[in-house]
Design a protein. Structure first.
Length: 342
């Protein structure tokens, strides 16, 4: 090749590699036994149907990423779970409104196309879409030399869902004396990783040599779609909250109506091992509660009469349990007691 000729490939962008990746996405996202599935991946846009059984459909949309959990994946050179996280962080927000996820799109920006890495990420995204019963309909992969350092990348997702107007979970459904249930998390989910990495750096902890941390820090976010949608269809819940950045108080506060307060008994919370490990590394209680889910990945607000019915929809690992109640008052959330970190 003439060295004096300037090409896109010489600048660091390989369109052929990007095209190869698009073909892979189209193949892996369309695999479904016994059923042909419409896919327009590789086109300029995607077309999807709104389910015709919904009488008054309302579209719900959201977008999110996985934050600096990506840096843990880079350290461990393991990328097969962060795609699940990406889908989870979006669809778990959708169901708070009562919406069924319909479609998902991803955006991946990277310094240089790395097919092995990108294929691993996409397989995780496809896995997450299957778990949430929505379709990966498209996305964008941007090769951006000069913007990202060698080996660095970022991912973001966009999800859209639909809910019947009569099934929308609005604040006015939450009543005095309702129960607040904690649905266990699978771990850190995708929040607080900048603090986690800060601790690892300051304590000089090599996660490559720590089997517990290698497993826990890349454990994928639990997707609550199937269980929660069943509860909504059975009219068994009055409200719910996805516990992400800001922790219990900030996220529950978003769904509580005026003149009511969610009184949370922190002594009831079952913190899993990863949170107990973090707490032992000099993180104050207030910081733990503000930064992490502390073992509560999702909250349900229900009428007390429905408690036994609600529990039946979850496996033993993610069985909901009571951590509080709704009462009359101000400030929307009141945290009482403290979590047992031992």
């Amino acid at each position: 090749m003439n060295k004096k000729i300037f090409t896109y490939k010489k600048s660091g962008v390989n369109i052929d590699a990007a095209d190869s990746f698009v073909n892979f996405i189209s193949t892996v996202s369309s695999k479904k036994k016994g059923k042909k599935k419409f896919s327009n991946i590789g086109g300029f846009g995607s077309i999807s149907n709104i389910p015709n059984h919904i009488k008054q459909p309302k579209i719900v949309a959201c977008t999110d990423g996985v934050g600096t959990k990506i840096e843990i994946a880079n350290v461990l050179n393991k990328y097969d779970t962060i795609g699940i996280d990406l889908v989870a962080m979006n669809v778990n927000d959708l169901i708070v409104q009562g919406a069924k996820p319909l479609l998902f799109l991803d955006y991946i920006s990277i310094n240089k196309i790395d097919l092995k890495k990108l294929k691993s990420i996409i397989k995780g995204i496809v896995n997450g879409c299957k778990q949430s019963e929505c379709e990966l309909v498209g996305g964008e992969t941007a090769e951006m030399p000069g913007t990202y350092e060698k080996g660095k990348f970022d991912i973001a997702g966009f999800a859209a869902g639909v809910v019947d107007k009569n099934k929308i979970l609005s604040k006015n459904k939450i009543k005095n004396n309702d129960l607040v249930l904690a649905v266990p998390s699978s771990g850190l989910h995708s929040n607080g990783y900048s603090l986690v990495r800060y601790v690892l750096n300051k304590k000089k902890i090599n996660i490559k040599k720590n089997i517990f941390l290698k497993t826990e820090l890349l454990r994928p976010t639990k997707i609550y779609v199937k269980e929660v949608l069943k509860l909504i269809n059975k009219n068994l819940i009055n409200g719910c909250a996805n516990i992400t950045g800001g922790g219990l108080a900030d996220n529950i506060k978003r769904i509580i109506p005026e003149n009511l307060v969610a009184e949370i008994d922190l002594t009831k919370i079952n913190a899993s091992k990863i949170f107990k490990w973090l707490k032992k590394n000099d993180i104050p209680d207030k910081e733990m509660l503000k930064t992490f889910n502390c073992g509560v990945g999702f909250c349900l607000i229900i009428s007390s009469k429905n408690l036994d019915k609600v529990k039946k929809y979850f496996t033993k690992e993610f069985k909901p349990y009571v951590i509080g109640k709704i009462s009359k008052g101000k400030n929307k959330v009141k945290l009482n007691g403290s979590i047992n970190w031992i």
